[in-house]
Design a protein around this ligand. Structure first.
Ligand code: NAP
Ligand code: MG
Length: 462
């Protein structure tokens, strides 16, 4: 059997119990490029049993052995970097250069960070007359979205394996080919059978069966608030640990002392990259009223320059959703200064890079996650007003602050109810904890904090 005709369960590729398949579509030309098995509850059950059977052996390996396997996984991903980038481009539609620079590279860095953390983490410590052991939480059910297909997988699977957990992954139906590539890499890295298992399939079928399976100890989910709420409720009823990463509506706050042109240009790039399908994107730009007109002008020019350099959004449903938000923005009285709801291309799920001015904090486009290349520029009167607007949504995932003086930016960043803030364009750090305040989620991914999610403690008193 070709790898791509199967699901990776217990170290082997096998067909779905149902024999059904799902088509994979290229968002650039809307053509079906491949088919993958449509897993159901029966396949999830087989995979969870394999993960349970493999758990005692994997949990008992030394951290050094797990580090070595993760290091090998990192190396396989690095060796297959071009193939990863091409696969992500084929099923997500992102431009190849972006797939190479971000979709393929970031997961390699994250896998490498967990190879190191597995080797160096203190899984045992003395506290007074006790020894505290950090033990793997057990079988992990990982459910991932399509927006950063490989990153979302590695951000869950690498720390889970480093902790000594075993995993069943249900990736997004739109990007299963990247998940299959990852499973091949796991196999090549010599990770034992059953430690990592892949079941492709639909969310409400395979995903739900995984979230509800009594053999799963922790469900780690990234995706929409609606599904996250349901998964949290299911886990709560079963007294099961859950990690939820649910997106955001982050603010890019430009203080009057900042380099305005730089802040606006980086801010526009942040929103347009990956066609706006980034949960931590700074989709609300907050500008002081005295600089507002100039900032709007700069943002419109920057967005127009992107033109067709951004890829499409992932599927027809997302395009319809993003377009309806753009129409809603116009209806509610915001002013379009770039882009708009019209199709920029006869084929593919493209949306023009769009910028709205005169957006007020209560408008739908200033409150809800659009998940497309749409930026809202809002006006503030003073710092208190800016903080109130920035904190005035149900979300709190990320954000940015720009100021002439770093200390001024830091002081303002400390007022933000959010999990991550980039200061004057600070770079992404794959070891910094990533996760949300408020309804942006529960738990943290990446780095040592991400590892802790997959560990539980046992104290022995002497
Ligand atoms: P979604 O439905 O929440 O998808 C996320 C994952 O959950 C996918 O693997 C999905 O499978 C699965 N899933 C769906 N229904 C499920 C259920 N009942 N039980 C268990 N798993 C289930 O998100 P989406 O429909 O792809 O995107 C909708 C919106 O979610 C976006 O517009 C955006 O606002 C938000 N989103 C946020 C992030 C983020 O990074 N925080 C990422 C993606 C989307 P299927 O692929 O088969 O649906
Ligand atoms: Mg869905």
């Amino acid at each position: 059997m070709k790898a791509h005709d199967g699901m990776y369960i217990d170290g082997a590729w096998r067909p779905a119990a149902s024999g059904e398949t799902i088509g994979v579509v290229n968002p650039v030309d809307e053509q079906v490029i491949d088919r993958v098995p449509a897993g159901t509850a029966a396949d999830i059950d087989t995979a969870v049993r394999a993960a349970r059977a493999a758990l005692p052996g994997w949990a008992a390996t030394s951290p050094a052995e797990r580090a070595a396997r993760l290091g090998a996984l990192r190396d396989v991903l690095a060796a297959r970097k071009d193939e990863i980038a091409e696969t992500v481009t084929a099923e997500l539609g992102s431009p190849l250069a972006f797939s190479q620079a971000v979709h393929a590279s970031v997961p390699i860095a994250v896998a490498g960070s967990y190879a190191e953390l597995a080797a160096t983490h203190a899984f045992e410590e003395k506290v007074g007359n006790s020894t505290v052991y950090q033990e793997p939480i057990g079988v992990v059910g990982a459910i991932t979205p399509w927006n950063y297909p490989l990153h979302q997988i590695v951000a869950k699977v690498a720390p889970a394996l480093a902790a000594g957990c075993t995993v069943v992954l249900k990736p997004a139906e739109d990007t299963p080919l990247t998940a299959q590539l990852f499973a091949e890499a796991v196999d090549e890295a010599g990770i034992p059978a059953g430690v990592f298992n892949l079941v492709t399939g639909l969310g409400p079928v395979a995903g739900q069966a995984l979230a509800e399976h009594p053999g799963v100890d922790l469900v780690s989910f990234t995706g929409s608030t609606a599904v996250g709420r349901q998964i949290g409720a299911t886990a709560g009823a079963a007294i099961k640990k859950v990690a939820l990463e649910l997106g955001g509506k982050s603010a890019n706050v430009i203080l009057p002392s900042a380099d305005l042109a730089k802040a606006v240009n980086v801010g526009v790039a942040n929103v347009m990259s990956n066609s706006g399908q980034t949960c931590s994107a700074w989709t609300r730009m907050l500008v002081h009223r005295d600089q507002y007109d100039e900032a709007v002008q700069l943002a419109a020019t920057a967005a127009a320059k992107y033109g067709d350099r951004i890829g499409p959004v992932v599927n027809a449903k997302q395009r319809a959703r993003v377009r309806s938000y753009i129409e809603k923005g116009v209806e509610e009285g915001a002013r379009l200064v770039a882009g708009g709801p019209e199709h920029p291309s006869p084929q593919g799920y493209f949306i023009a890079p769009t910028v709205f001015a005169d957006v007020t904090p209560d408008m739908t486009i200033a409150q809800e996650e659009i998940f497309g290349p749409v930026l809202s520029v809002l006006r503030y009167d003073d710092e208190d007003d800016a903080a109130r607007i920035a904190n005035g949504t149900v979300y709190g995932l990320a954000g940015a602050v720009w100021a002439g003086d770093e200390a001024e930016a830091v002081a303002f960043a400390r007022r933000l109810e959010t999990g991550q803030v980039d200061i004057n364009g600070g770079r992404f750090n794959p070891r910094a904890p990533f996760g949300g305040y408020k309804q942006s989620g529960v738990g943290r991914e990446l780095g040592a904090h991400g590892l802790s999610e997959y560990l539980q403690t046992k104290s022995l008193q002497f």
